[in-house]
Structures are given as C-alpha cells and as structure tokens.
Design a protein around this ligand. Structure first.
Ligand SMILES: *[C@@H]1O[C@H](CO)[C@@H](O)[C@H](O)[C@H]1NC(C)=O
Ligand SMILES: *[C@@H]1O[C@H](CO)[C@@H](O)[C@H](O)[C@H]1NC(C)=O
Ligand SMILES: *[C@@H]1O[C@H](CO)[C@@H](O)[C@H](O)[C@H]1NC(C)=O
Ligand SMILES: *[C@@H]1O[C@H](CO)[C@@H](O)[C@H](O)[C@H]1NC(C)=O
Ligand SMILES: *[C@@H]1O[C@H](CO)[C@@H](O)[C@H](O)[C@H]1NC(C)=O
Ligand SMILES: *[C@@H]1O[C@H](CO)[C@@H](O)[C@H](O)[C@H]1NC(C)=O
Ligand SMILES: *[C@@H]1O[C@H](CO)[C@@H](O)[C@H](O)[C@H]1NC(C)=O
Ligand SMILES: *[C@@H]1O[C@H](CO)[C@@H](O)[C@H](O)[C@H]1NC(C)=O
Length: 478
C-alpha cells in the first residue's frame, strides 16, 4: 500500500487554492489514487467489525512528542458503547502516536496503519501500578507491584490487535538503564498484556524496544501470527511471547530477536502457581525464526507450577541461539511438563540442542513446598538438523525424580571442531531414540517404540479456526 504518503497533501492544496480548482484537482487525483475518496486495506481477522473510528477524530497531533493518551482512551471508550452491536474498530493512521497505558474493550479491533507507530511514554509517573499476578506472588525482577502494560485488556472477548506491518515502539532504553542501575522496585511494563480473556488475535505487528513483549495470561482461544519482535540481544527479560496459563492457542510465522527466550511457556511460580492451578495446554507453535544468543528458542518454564501439557512445536529455525526447546524447572516447583511434541528444527550455532534440567533455584518467597517435585514426562523431538553445536546436550533429571519417556529420533548434529568431549550429558533420564548422530547416551539408547516416536497428529481445535477477510476503509479527507 503506497497511498498513505498523499494523505496530508490534499488539505495543504485545499488551503492554498480555490474551491473550484480543488474539486477538479480532487477528481483527477481520485482517478489516479482511489485512496482519496476511500481506500480499503484488506486483512485477516477472527471477526470483521461494523463501526470504525479514526484516531484522528480525537487528536491530530502525531509528532511523537505530544501525548495522545486521551485520544486513545476516549476513542476506545466511545467505541465500547457501539461494540456490542457487531463490533467496532479503531484505526491508527500514519504518524507517531505517543501514549501511556490504555485498555482495550470487547468485540474490538485495534488496527494500526502502515507508517503509523505507537510510542510508549517513558514518563514513569504516568504508569499506573497494578497488582502482581495471583499465580506468581511477585515478579522476577522486583519484589513490589508491577507497572501496567502499554496495551492492556482484562475480562474481554473477541479482540484483535493487528496492523499493516507497522510498529509499536516501547522506547524502553529508559527502563533498561534504570533496571541495570537497580533503581526499579517494581516490574517493568509489558508491551501487550491480555488477561482472563477469550478469542484474542494479535497479528502482523512489529514490536520493538520493550522488556517482555506479549503476555496473554489466564485466557483461551488465542491466535498470534506474523509478529516481528526485536530487542537488543544484550538486554535481559526481553522475552518475545510468554503464553501463560491458558488453553487452545496457536502461534505462527513469528520472527523474534531477543536477549531472553524468544517464546517462554509458563504456568505460575511455586506455591502460588500450584494454588492458582491454571495449567497451559493445547498450544501449537509453528514457523518460528529465533535469534537469542543467551537463551532458548522456546522455553517451557521455569515457572511451570500450574502444569504444562500438550504442546506441539513445528518448523523452528534458530540461529546463534543458546538452546532449542528447553525445559526449565526446579526441585520445588511441583506441577508437570508432559506430552510435548517437537518436530522439524533447523539449528545453527547453538550450545545445547537438547536441554532439560533443574536450573532455577530462586523462589517467590520461602513458603515453597520442598517436597513438590516436578514431573517431566513424554517429551518428543524428531527431525532435527543442527550445525556448529558446542555442547550438544544437558539432560539432567532430579535425584529420586527421573525425567521419563524422553524420545529423540532422526537427529543429525554437526559439532563445532573445538567442542568439548562430554557431548551427551545424561543423568536421571530415561527414554528412547532412533537414528541419532552422534549416537546418544545409554539411557536413551533403547529403540524408539516407532520410527519418529509417537507423535500426535490430531489437530487442535484452534488449528481449525479460519480467519475472515476483512477490509478497513480509510479516508484521509473528511
Ligand atoms: C483532525 O482532522 C480531520 C481532518 O481535517 C478532522 O475531521 C478532525 O475533526 C480533526 N480532529 C480533531 C480532534 O480536531
Ligand atoms: C484499565 O483496567 C484496569 C483493570 O480493570 C483498571 O484498574 C484501570 O484503571 C483501567 N485503566 C484505564 C485507563 O481505564
Ligand atoms: C510526567 O507526567 C506527569 C503526570 O501526567 C506530568 O505532571 C509531568 O509533567 C510529566 N513529566 C514530563 C517530563 O513530561
Ligand atoms: C475478571 O475475571 C476474573 C476471573 O473470572 C475475576 O476474578 C475478576 O474479578 C474479573 N475482573 C474484572 C475487572 O471484572
Ligand atoms: C508484511 O510483511 C511481510 C514480510 O515482509 C510481507 O510478506 C507481508 O505481505 C506484509 N503484509 C502486509 C499486509 O503488508
Ligand atoms: C525502592 O525501595 C527503596 C527501599 O525500599 C527506596 O529507598 C527507594 O526510594 C525505592 N525506589 C523507588 C524508585 O521507588
Ligand atoms: C513445515 O515445513 C515443511 C517443509 O518446509 C512443510 O512441508 C510443512 O508444511 C511445514 N509445516 C507446517 C505446519 O506449516
Ligand atoms: C560453521 O562453522 C564453520 C567452521 O567454523 C564455518 O565455516 C561455517 O560458516 C559455520 N556455519 C554457520 C552457519 O555459522
């Protein structure tokens, strides 16, 4: 779409020349450029909407310096009164829109046009503090509360956040500096957080410069598609997507560069996660490209106390990334991670191709249950090609709590020449293998039950959800 660049010109022309000529002029331009009278942009969504409002109906100053918070809030409040009747959408036209946190509403689409950027305010006093999540007790980087996220939604149904490939910019170097200096007592804001919601789509967006980007939690029926998420690889806690305690989700076609895990699947921390008891299940992740030199392409845990079950992962490309699909846990986490099916990974320049271990000693507080051992069972990997690997594996169960039914098949790993000798590190692990090169450790040497392991092929409900073709009419002149 190249129409946007003309959007401000006609009004300039209109001010300079007579009405007569403008009419002629517009008619001519109209023929050349349909955008002048109406321009429609096609996109795919779970639902199309009846009502549309342009953000410019509430504010025309989009210089990236003047706050547009009131415009976002008023526009969404206005649309919330219409949304029950077949839905409403807010279109963010080209420009730089500076805002602090705003809340979404139900039956609603936030559509960000090409050449529109939403910028997050870094005025700390403008960020409201909200309660920590019940399944965590506190967050990792601070004991106090947390700042609300930039785009926030709770108790919603049927929400779409999408774009013509343009950007939300967290402008977070401010927060990173403060975090590094230890000057923050509360958790830095996420970019998009959705809680207790049903039918959510987040798609075709570029997200940059944020601590933690996308965090859907306690929700179901979530589709995340076509996100480009970019953070400096040297900054911690820049997870791309954190699916947390929910069911029926598909994440596809995402490109993520991160200083932390590209995707981290979670379900609560220690006794808080166990008590809240909301597992994450029925999740499919496909076509992920990840660069994360110090973390995983996809991590399961370390907060997994509410349990993780039935995750299908397919077609992952990871380059210069520490590990592939890693399970993180700790002795006192409780919960389980089971029925995980990973297939078709291409990995280049990596430390650990397989890494499942208890590596996390930190706790929400000292009230955790020391006897709450995690169960790690039925973890399957097949069709893996890796090159320039340095360590190969770290598969270490817990003493008296072996990790079982770990199955690897059709795996070909090329080691970097200077790699260490101990390549298959296996402790308290039981499982199977077939066609693995270099040959696996003895505890995985038993032949796999079937070639390729027992993979579940039945599609998840969310895989059958078809998006509809919607179009937005954008008229630059009113
Ligand atoms: C912004 O400009 C458009 C087009 O000139 C106009 O219709 C609209 O009312 C303006 N919005 C505000 C808040 O002034
Ligand atoms: C957003 O929603 C939260 C939770 O309902 C509420 O506490 C907060 O005040 C809302 N913020 C705005 C700007 O309406
Ligand atoms: C930050 O926001 C507060 C509250 O809205 C305002 O009073 C203050 O002037 C802002 N500071 C800056 C530097 O813009
Ligand atoms: C949202 O839903 C949760 C879970 O049902 C409930 O505990 C909470 O009070 C609701 N919050 C709001 C703002 O309605
Ligand atoms: C968004 O960008 C991707 C990758 O550059 C491209 O394939 C896709 O067509 C773009 N989508 C739109 C709606 O412009
Ligand atoms: C953080 O907490 C410390 C000690 O409790 C306090 O001295 C400091 O002012 C707090 N910092 C902020 C930014 O609130
Ligand atoms: C994964 O990639 C393969 C090979 O490119 C392709 O045939 C297959 O359809 C892809 N799987 C999914 C779920 O898209
Ligand atoms: C792998 O390592 C070899 C030898 O060091 C190098 O020539 C090659 O470019 C590397 N491949 C990748 C994808 O980094």
């Amino acid at each position: 779409m190249e129409a946007e660049e003309t959007s401000s010109e006609p009004s300039v022309i209109a001010m300079r020349i007579s009405t007569m000529i403008v009419l002629v002029n517009l008619a001519t331009m109209d023929a050349m450029n349909p955008r002048l009278s109406s321009n429609s942009v096609e996109f795919q969504a779970i639902n199309c909407r009846k009502y549309l409002t342009l953000l410019t109906e509430f504010d025309n100053v989009s210089d990236g310096v003047t706050s547009n918070t009131h415009a976002f809030r008023q526009a969404i409040e206005h649309l919330s009164t219409l949304a029950a009747d077949d839905g409403a959408q807010l279109v963010v036209p080209p420009g730089k829109w500076l805002t602090r946190s705003f809340n979404l509403t139900s039956h609603f689409t936030l559509f960000i046009e090409k050449e529109a950027t939403i910028l997050a305010s870094h005025n700390e006093s403008e960020w409201p503090l909200v309660k920590v999540l019940p399944s965590y007790g506190r967050r990792r980087d601070a004991r106090g509360g947390r700042y609300n996220s930039l785009v926030f939604g709770t108790n919603l149904t049927n929400v779409v956040i999408t774009c013509n490939n343009d950007t939300i910019d967290g402008q977070r170097s401010y927060w990173w500096d403060k975090f590094h200096k230890g000057e923050l007592n509360v958790t830095r804001p996420y970019m998009i957080k959705i809680m207790y919601s049903d039918q959510i789509q987040i798609s075709d967006l570029t997200l940059i410069n944020s601590p933690w980007f996308v965090h859907p939690v306690y929700s179901r029926n979530v589709i995340i598609q076509g996100l480009t998420i970019l953070a400096p690889v040297t900054v911690p806690n820049t997870d791309g997507i954190d699916p947390d305690s929910y069911s029926n989700t598909r994440i596809e076609d995402c490109y993520i560069v991160s200083g932390d895990d590209c995707i981290a699947i979670k379900s609560g921390w220690d006794e808080y996660g166990i008590k809240f008891g909301m597992l994450i299940e029925d999740l499919v992740i496909r076509h992920l490209t990840c660069i994360s030199p110090d973390s995983a392409s996809i991590a399961l845990g370390s907060e997994m106390s509410g349990e993780i079950r039935n995750v299908r992962i397919e077609n992952v490309t990871a380059i210069n990334t520490e590990s592939a699909v890693r399970i993180k846990t700790a002795r006192e986490r409780g919960g389980f991670v089971k029925d995980i099916f990973v297939q078709r990974m291409f990995l280049s320049m990596m430390k650990y191709v397989f890494w499942i271990a208890e590596d996390y000693k930190d706790h929400a507080n000292d009230k955790f249950d020391p006897s709450a051992l995690p169960e790690i069972k039925n973890i399957n990997y097949r069709d893996v090609v890796a090159e320039n690997v340095t360590m190969l594996t770290n598969l270490a169960g817990i003493s008296g709590d072996s990790f079982t039914d770990i199955c690897v098949s059709n795996v070909k790993i090329g080691l970097l020449k200077k790699s260490k000798k101990l390549q298959w590190n296996c402790i308290e692990i039981e499982g199977f293998s077939s066609d693995v090169d270099p040959p696996p450790c003895a505890s995985l040497a038993k032949a796999a039950k079937s070639i390729g392991g027992d993979f579940r092929e039945d599609p998840l409900l969310i895989e059958n959800v078809q998006l509809k073709s919607c179009s937005v009419e954008i008229s630059p002149l009113s």
